[in-house]
Design a protein around this ligand. Sequence first.
Ligand code: SAM
Length: 233
Amino acid sequence: MRWRPFGPSGPSWWELTVQALSSTDGGYDRLAPRFDATPFRTPDPIVRRALDGVERVPAAIDLCCGTGAALGVLAGNADRVVGIDRSAGMLEQARHRLPNAELLQGDALAPPPELEGAFDVATCFGAFGHIRPTDEPTFVAATHRLLRPGGRFVFATTDPSQGRFVGRAMARAFNGVMHVRNALWRPPFIMFYLTFELPRARALLQAAGFDVEADHPFEPPFDRLVRVVATKR
Ligand SMILES: C[S@@+](CC[C@H](N)C(=O)[O-])C[C@H]1O[C@@H](n2cnc3c(N)ncnc32)[C@H](O)[C@@H]1O
């Protein structure tokens, strides 16, 4: 077994274990310096394809921006680029890479009221697993408030009808382990697969006042993902 499963710049098994046993925020603070060497960072082709066809806009925000996977692409699409994340460590890495982005430490479930109505585009990548299903309506409502009328929330998610049986079974097994971990160990680490999938995302977004379109612009190995563009009515 390799000591560092994601290569020499990535975290060791020990570091991953310590991360998983700390809180969600504490775990990301610890992982931050090595995060970009892990598969947890959203690959550039996913961000680029998701934003394909999104014309230049005055302002865009990336929710749960981490080390800035989407911020770099959004910088080519928007005059003002804002990233929000709860982890100070992740934001520190983003600040090194993207000195011109506005980076805020905060909760995507409760963004600052002064940002309401300020954005033409909102994005969120690789973070739905950290939002409890019970918090998803709050998350959708907060995103709706951030956008101007006609503004778009763009993201990639999974579609249960496209998933492979083995992959989904492994994801459910992982979720089971995390439920046990959180029952036995405090503070919890909120990280689950198969959340905010297309049918549920569509229903929540429509209920919150978005028109929802979904398509499949991604190339292998990401072609099972679905792009969602939700436009604020
Ligand atoms: C797997 S990383 C993804 C980072 C980046 N979006 C990417 O695609 O590479 C998840 C990020 O979501 C952040 N996060 C989780 N829950 C959050 C919340 N409620 N509000 C803001 N950030 C959150 C974590 O701190 C972490 O940086």
